[in-house]
Design a protein around this ligand. Structure first.
Ligand code: PMM
Length: 306
């Protein structure tokens, strides 16, 4: 396996891998900081992700990118092997696992807390076996309802994302009278299915699913109404990073901003989400969001001491 080149001092000079620091004890979800918003770094091990263009398509380049995010301070590394962009083709669970498992194993050995971004129960199970600690299912349980059984038996935290339809159909399903109210109600419905399968409330993290069956105006409305998601009583994750609605907002001379040109706007959303008390943000560019969290925490500290 080429990723073994990551062993300290054994990598060829051409290896993209940073030198591995001493392996650390396995990170635990329970040890994550609770006094501030967490930063989850996105690691797409895919040839066709919309936002990083397949940059981390091999195990070595993905591990290198994951380690860079971890050493930069990311609290969680979210590893995915299937593109979820609208219109993306399905990837078989076998291919998905071939992409993600070696990457997860090395990141966990290095001491990172890893989440697995998948809609497949078998991939979530393989990732947990490889050391991942959190299941991030963007389908909101709609692809494989049996995922609920795995969440219950594994006791792993589960990110429940709001989505209608799948990657091919979701764009046509963005019809709401009251987007926030309907997203909250639909999340509550899926949450009840998780409860029925034996999942505990503390395991559930809710995500409004920005861009998943939402148009630009609906994404902005959900961000303005983030507080309403708190009514569900779970941790809240905000995942706006590099999404198309930011590109549209930053349009210059009729040309929408490229994914990389959306990072400053992403950090601005991190500051807003952190100030509103989100549990975590999911971002491609970790450094600016870590700074944004510091700013929001510092301002909020004045609010709580006054
Ligand atoms: N969006 C993408 C992928 N995974 N996971 C969660 N929990 N929420 C999201 O909104 C979400 C996600 C879209 O693709 P990207 O990995 O390129 O950002």
């Amino acid at each position: 396996m080429d990723s073994l080149a990551a062993a300290p001092g054994t990598g060829p000079a051409t290896s993209p891998l940073p030198i591995l620091r001493k392996p650390r004890p396995a990170a635990k979800f329970a040890d994550l900081p609770t006094e501030r918003t967490l930063v989850m770094g996105i690691l797409n091990v895919t040839p066709d992700s919309f936002s990083d263009g397949g940059r981390h398509a091999t195990a070595d380049t993905a591990i290198a990118a994951g380690l860079r995010m971890f050493y930069a301070g990311a609290d969680i590394i979210d590893v995915g092997g299937e593109s979820t962009r609208p219109g993306a083709e399905d990837v078989s669970p076998e291919e998905e696992q071939r992409r993600v498992v070696p990457v997860i194993e090395v990141l966990v050995k290095a001491g990172a807390l890893v989440s697995i971004d998948t809609t497949h129960t078998s991939t979530a199970a393989a990732a947990l076996k490889a050391g991942a600690a959190i299941i991030n299912d963007v389908s909101g349980l709609t692809m494989e309802p049996e995922m609920a059984g795995l969440v219950a038996t594994s006791n792993a935290p589960y990110i429940l994302t709001h989505r209608r339809g799948d990657a091919r159909t979701m764009n046509s399903l963005a019809e709401y009278q009251d987007v926030t109210g309907e997203v909250v109600a639909e999340l509550a419905g899926v949450r009840d299915k998780l409860y029925a399968a034996g999942v505990r409330p503390e395991q559930i993290i809710v995500d409004p699913g920005l861009g998943f069956a939402k148009n630009d105006a609906q994404n902005w409305e959900l961000l303005q109404n983030l507080d309403q998601l708190d009514s569900l009583g779970h941790r809240v994750l905000v995942a706006a990073s590099r999404k198309r609605f930011l590109g549209t907002l930053l349009t210059v001379a009729g040309k929408s901003a490229t994914p990389e040109e959306r990072d400053a706007a992403t950090a601005a959303i991190t500051a807003i989400s952190a100030y509103r008390g989100a549990w975590a943000v999911r971002v491609h560019d970790v450094g600016p969001s870590l700074d944004a969290v510091k700013v929001a925490s510092r301002v909020a500290a004045v609010r709580t001491t006054n």
